[in-house]
Design a protein around this ligand. Structure first.
Ligand SMILES: *Cc1c(COP(=O)(O)O)cnc(C)c1O
Length: 342
């Protein structure tokens, strides 16, 4: 196999520590894990195996294709957030995961097929997926065997009245439904406090090092560490320019390392002139535009040679502020040219 020029170092201890912290903040509620989009770009199988060994029992993916890929792991609990389309029924009825029913039609389809235990998503004001109060009154859930009844917060990362409003609607709607467990909070929702935890929390972002609310800043550790190899080290004389459209002009003689990473790897153009690599904890600023596969950084005065590996600064709150991309996009955008370690 050809050695990849890009590595994604993943820290399993940090992943487990983040899950434990979120479980502690969830109080008496169980703490699950959203592992959709291939575990937010880190590898769903790796995340699930690592967290299941730490005691996590409830996992969430978006689609049945994602569930099928994880089926060999025989996870203790796996739910499919997008529910069951007609096209999903054959796979869903094999029992590899539990559907989260989102619409009256999905509920009817599941009932008609005698599908067994399911989860249900209620819409409490996000107006994304989920059944509404009218569906409940119309009896859409009658006769279903519901494990987890859930809803999703639209603004948990803001101090918005929408949070308590959604919580209130959730409690009111849940009163008329029989279910084993209630679940409302994502990562940011956990930080809103015990009132939001109910029986099960569903963090994603914060497991992977994202910090959606300042309350979590001191608790959450970085999990994903992209590393890129130096393809060339060059000297750029004062007045010369670097990269596409010559957006950076050397104010003085500068040594530049060209790294094997670019926007096709999820190192977005927003990092142009704003991102940084790290060498012995010192920042090496990105110079000029990020290209599709290459990025230039300033290595003046540093012992950095062709073939060396450099960490890309991927502290998510900082990288998000630098690039203008959300912490979610920074994780899920990590492309498939990375060799994942471990
Ligand atoms: C993605 C998702 C989560 C996890 O959200 P984070 O903000 O990443 O913690 C929880 N619940 C549902 C329904 C989701 O779609």
């Amino acid at each position: 196999m050809t050695a990849a020029p890009l590595r994604l170092r993943r820290d399993p201890q940090a992943l487990v520590a983040n899950w434990r912290s979120l479980a502690r903040l969830s109080g008496r509620a169980a703490c699950g894990a959203a592992i959709k989009a291939d575990g937010y770009g880190l590898g769903a199988a790796w995340v699930a195996t690592t967290l299941a060994a730490a005691g996590c029992r409830d996992f969430f993916v978006a689609t049945w294709a994602e569930a099928a890929a994880l089926a060999p792991l025989k996870l203790p609990g796996l739910s499919v957030l997008h529910g069951v389309r007609g096209e999903d029924m054959a796979t869903a009825l094999t029992g590899i995961a539990t559907p989260v029913l989102n619409t009256a039609a999905q509920a009817a389809r599941w009932k008609a097929a005698g599908g067994g235990t399911c989860d249900v998503m209620l819409d409490t004001g996000m107006n994304r997926l989920g059944l509404g109060a009218g569906d409940l009154t119309a009896g859409a859930l009658d006769g279903l065997n519901i494990d987890t009844l859930m809803s999703h917060l639209a603004s948990a990362d803001d101090d918005s009245p929408k949070n308590s409003d959604q919580r209130g609607r959730f409690v009111a709607m849940a009163e008329g439904v029989t279910a084993q467990r209630l679940s409302l909070a994502n990562s940011a929702g956990i930080a809103l406090g015990a009132d939001y935890a109910f029986d099960l929390t569903r963090p994603g972002l914060a497991l992977y090092g994202g910090v959606p609310r300042p309350e979590l800043a001191d608790t959450i550790r970085q999990v994903a560490f992209p590393q890129a190899q130096v393809l060339q080290r060059r000297h750029v004389s004062a007045g010369e320019t670097v990269g596409y459209n010559a957006t950076w002009t050397a104010p003085a003689d500068t040594d530049v390392a060209i790294l094997n990473i670019g926007y096709a790897d999820g190192y977005w153009r927003g990092f142009s002139g704003r991102g940084q690599a790290l060498h012995e904890r010192e920042a090496l600023p990105v110079l000029g535009r990020v290209s599709m596969d290459l990025t230039a950084v300033d290595v003046t005065g540093r012992q950095v040679a062709e073939g060396d590996w450099l960490d890309i600064d991927y502290d998510l709150p900082r990288a998000s502020a630098a690039s203008g991309m959300s912490q979610y996009e920074l994780l899920t955008g990590l492309g498939d040219r990375f060799e994942r370690l471990p």
